[in-house]
Design a binder for this molecule. Sequence first.
Ligand code: F6P
Length: 548
Amino acid sequence: MSKLTQLPAWRTLWNHFSRARDWHMRELFAADPERAERYWLQAEGLTLDYSKNRISDQTLTLLLQLAEEAGLPEQIEAMFHGDKINVTESRAVLHVALRNRADTPILVDGEDVMPKVNRVLERMGRFAHAVRSGEWLGYTRQPITDIVNIGIGGSDLGPLMVCQALRPYAHPRMNMHFVSNVDSSQLKETLKRVHPETTLFVIESKTFTTQETLTNALTAREWFVARARDEKAVAKHFVAVSTNKQAVAEFGIDPANMFEFWDWVGGRFSLWSAIGLPIMLYLGEESFLDLLEGAHGMDQHFRNAPLAANMPVILALIGIWYINFYGGGSHVIAPYDQYLHRLPAFIQQLDMESNGKQTLRDGQPVDFETAPIIWGETGINGQHAFFQLLHQGTHTSPIDLIASLENCSSLPGHHEILLANLFAQAEAFMRGKTADEVRAELTAQGLEGEALEKLVPHKVFGGNRPTNTLLMSRLDPRHLGALIALYEHKIFVQGAIWGINSFDQWGVELGKQLAKTIHAELAGKRGPAQHDSSTAKLIAFYRQVNGA
Ligand code: F6P
């Protein structure tokens, strides 16, 4: 048995759950008029209403006790201190250093990392200023109008999500494009929309070994050189962001055009590092620094607020309550904001690549559930697609409903409709609709007898479906920074309590290895390797169809 499942609070929580499983939130609200007052938290311009969860004061007390017994406060300190908490790779985990706007020293192997963090940040700022002001010119002496980011996973999703979320802050001359898929259609369609003389390619890869990114980068380079007809022009149009200087040089990008970061920055936590260069190019240095400020504010809140008033901790503990006790295996992210439409995809990587693990830090298998399946879409579109299942399906999935309070769009009337829908959904998920309420409604519509009774079961909503309502004062760089950091820390807390390493991702390796072998086989560069009959047949079929 794991240490976690032997903790006193874990056992007490199971006893408590045997009563809590029958609660209905309707009754919890009816019995406690102060509920919304108490289950309400504010930090760094974010407001969290967590009252619509199947929890009581006792549930929270026990969950907080679990966090203490699992050593959460010590683990938070270990991260901020630069301890090598990524045990399988023997690395510190210091995305918090990248946004340490207080500039207090943070040591890794006895070296304060802040001077190099600040140096890269300043270099990024100078470069972004040169490009945005038109001082940096392309090979025909024209200013840059288009940035093409080539990267995948953490080298794509973070910058992509932020650039789209903060589009109103973008430079009016600048168009931003993201290419991640090795399916050439994405690159081909992007190249149709840009001109070599005015395009800057940012090749982003922590390792600079990722096949998809290097393939796309090489094709983009060939496309560019074929048009510029001058290898030297590459220096004005290609920059790299990586931890691997040698691989960047071997690829053919001058290390003078490389922006560096370090192995203590995980890919999915890297948007705060030089991986944020496209953000800075598109939105400007000031917006990027505001993003860092917002995240730093949330870091301070996370490090210093008592656990009971700590937003990431509360979100994480409520998540653990559902995942480990109710057995809820999925979690929905539903932003009520079109600009945040890639937030679900971003959090999907952040959470599932971090905590999608089945091995404890000491190598033993877990004996409980870990990361939920994260999915989602903008809330309003979800309402007309998958919310049916969330309301009346057989799965119960907690939902984060996210919006900004301030109307940032200049078009009148829309924001109220959006927020009215969010609040209505949260209420509907909680309350549901009883058979008596349905009967009363149908009677008022003039139905009666058998016709009415036939409809009743279809129109009943069980309710009792948990939601967190998360409101940002406004969608701007600072509050977006705080929101992202909130989720990063929520995921950290869950991993810390479960006792897993949230900072490696060995699970993506096997597919990569096999793809290399199969790629050579598809191209006829090596004979058939040992495969199962299904894989062997698929390879043979492909080769036959393509005449290979
Ligand atoms: O395949 C998973 C992964 O390693 C992610 O963790 C990472 O964000 C992504 O690939 C891209 O890696 P890189 O930045 O090294 O190209």
